[in-house]
Design a binder for this molecule. Structure first.
Ligand code: PDD
Length: 290
């Protein structure tokens, strides 16, 4: 890994250390962001920074850096990376205190971490064959709209999916389908594209918003509406969206094929719109030749 950002400095990854009393480590007292960059150009940066500030406010923290400083750090991580397509990880913990106490100390300085990792290009088999998911009971807390690092239920759900020989899991709560373990949920039902409305039970995804924008701009009929378990099982198409997975078509849910068991026509259409949006970012990043 190239140099990483830690509390105001870029340092080699192996030298980037956080004290054992950091509250991020002890309590999961921290929030994070994952920002994709294509051709070295961050994608939807403004929206990601806005969500970061929203998460910070929700856990009673101020943003330790201003917009200009965030952009400079992210720009530097992109410039120094070896790959063109990156995921920029940012984490802000409440900081390090001298001892372990639950109460939030009145004087504490946040710990800020940022680093870039290459995004591996999508496996072509995903577009051809799709992915398989299971449904699982949502055992997460009631503020899933905060991008908090306390991801143990998500990690365990992923583990259960992999143990069952499938790719991912979709969370069900009170008879409603909410989102994936690290992605938002879309279905196509009776020709209508549907995603659950933003609420405290799911993350307000940046890719989700882009998909809705693309649907709006190209006249695809869509709705932000609750998806019941029954509707999920009747869906013609199911997609999972995220900054790192883009739009993944689910072709089998539990033991049942979704539609005809292959990525559907709406997914193909939306995926091509999404790939075009990505390509625009890459072209904008390239220096113009005369
Ligand atoms: N996760 N829902 C959850 C629970 C997520 O963790 C994510 C993304 C999303 C999709 O959000 P976005 O489109 O803004 O990436 C929805 C990131 C990628 C992660 O934890 O690595």
């Amino acid at each position: 890994m190239n140099k990483v950002y830690l509390n105001g400095r870029f340092v080699p990854a192996e030298q980037a250390c956080v004290p054992i009393t950091d509250r991020g480590l002890l309590f999961g007292d921290s929030v994070y962001e994952v920002i994709p960059a294509y051709g070295g150009q961050p994608f939807r940066l403004e929206q990601h920074l806005a969500r970061l500030r929203r998460s910070l406010a929700a856990i009673r923290m101020e943003d330790p850096l201003d917009d200009t400083r965030w952009r400079a750090i992210i720009g530097e991580l992109c410039t120094n990376a070896e790959a063109d397509d990156l995921s920029i990880y940012i984490q802000i913990t409440r900081g390090t205190y001298r001892t372990r106490v639950h109460r939030i100390p009145s004087t504490i300085e946040s710990t800020v971490i940022a680093f870039a990792s290459p995004i591996t290009a999508r496996d072509p088999r995903i577009a051809e064959q799709g992915i398989i998911a299971i449904t699982l009971a949502d055992i997460r807390w009631a503020r899933c709209d905060i991008k908090a690092t306390t991801l143990l239920p998500n990690v365990l759900a992923q583990a259960e999916a992999l143990e069952s020989g499938v790719d991912d899991a979709i969370f069900l709560r009170d008879g409603q389908a909410l989102e994936g373990t690290a992605s938002n949920l879309f279905i196509v039902l009776d020709g209508l594209l549907i995603t659950p409305p933003n609420s405290e039970h799911l993350l307000p995804g940046i890719t989700r918003d882009l998909v809705l924008e693309l649907a709006h701009d190209t006249g695809i009929a869509y709705a932000e509406a609750a998806i019941t378990e029954n509707e999920l099982r009747r869906a013609e198409e199911i997609w999972l969206t995220s900054s790192t997975r883009e739009i993944a078509p689910v072709v089998q849910l539990d033991d049942q094929a979704v539609g005809d068991g292959r990525p559907g026509p709406c997914w193909h259409h939306m995926d091509s719109l999404f790939q075009t949006a990505k390509e625009h970012i890459r072209l904008a990043a390239r220096p113009t030749s005369r």
